[in-house]
Design a protein around this ligand. Structure first.
Ligand SMILES: Nc1ncnc2c1ncn2[C@@H]1O[C@H](COP(=O)(O)OP(=O)(O)OP(=O)(O)O)[C@@H](O)[C@H]1O
Ligand SMILES: [Mg+2]
Length: 257
């Protein structure tokens, strides 16, 4: 059974159909690539899945349960975690504190108390601390735990965003352009993180990415969106060889191949 399915999922912004009648399924343990030119509706799709946006039509089913009307918080509680296209970190917190904040789903405290009143309380929770440090080690930031999050270079901030998302022990991880703005070394490191996560923890992942070469190396299956609709799905190689996909990219990002 698919872990996550969408049925005729749609999102309209006024007269613009950003996501249109989209049927998509992600299997447990799969890394699914979601590609398509700028404005194709990739981020909007992720916004619909994590509840940032309400669907205009259609359904989202997670583990057989219709979650279309669930709040973002309730979806996070079910294990849907997101890394946004732009780094979303607490600017006035250290690297470790950001991961601690992301771990609130594993404590008895609500997010509000963790973030505003009771960070000290959580700080004393050794188990949570040890888990957060393990996550920082996993993404290679263990030596930077006490630095201010925003003082990290871009690639490390992206890695920290992944650690924050992992702190909620997600069932499905939604990654929006995890490789954008990264140099070759940072790109290789992030790809390794995503692969290791999948191999060792079996984390189901949807990766939105413009770096098609990386998608080819990461995913067994990809879906191509264009104007909010599914153009094709198949192996990444099948997708990028498809004439409709090549045409969709021409004039936009023809050099992505
Ligand atoms: N909040 C919004 N209000 C109005 N229009 C929006 C909103 N969010 C997205 N759009 C429009 O919906 C379409 C899809 O946008 P979306 O950000 O999902 O594309 P994308 O595939 O993620 O593009 P990119 O690769 O550039 O990140 C675009 O035409 C965009 O301008
Ligand atoms: Mg986007």
């Amino acid at each position: 059974m698919a872990l996550l399915e969408t049925h005729a999922l749609s999102k309209n912004f006024g007269g613009l159909a950003a996501v249109s009648d989209l049927d998509l399924a992600v299997d447990e343990g799969e890394i699914l690539g979601l590609i398509g030119p700028n404005g194709a509706g990739k981020s909007t799709f992720l916004n619909l899945i994590d509840g940032t946006l309400r669907a205009s039509g259609g359904h989202i089913v997670f583990r057989g349960r219709d979650i279309t009307r669930y709040s973002p918080h309730r979806r996070a509680g079910l294990g849907i975690a997101r890394v946004f296209q732009r780094n979303a970190l607490f600017r006035s917190m250290t690297v470790l504190e950001n991961v601690l904040a992301g771990s609130f789903l594993h404590t008895d405290h609500g997010p509000f108390s963790v973030l505003v009143r009771s960070l000290d309380h959580v700080r004393k929770d050794r188990e949570v601390m040890a888990r957060c440090m393990d996550l920082l080690t996993f993404v290679g930031l263990q030596d930077k735990s006490h630095m201010m999050a925003t003082s990290l270079p871009h690639g490390s901030q992206r890695e920290l965003c992944v650690a924050v998302a992992l702190a909620s022990d997600p069932a499905v991880l939604l990654l929006d352009e995890p490789l954008t703005g990264m140099n070759a070394e940072e790109t290789a490191s992030m790809i390794e993180i995503i692969k290791t996560l999948n191999r060792e923890k079996g984390t189901t992942t949807i990766v939105v990415e413009h770096n098609v070469k990386a998608v080819l190396g990461l995913c067994a299956r990809a879906v191509v969106l264009n104007y909010g609709q599914k153009l094709i799905e198949g192996t990444p190689r099948e997708c990028v060889a498809d004439p409709a996909v090549i045409e969709a990219y021409l004039g936009a990002d023809a050099d992505v191949f």
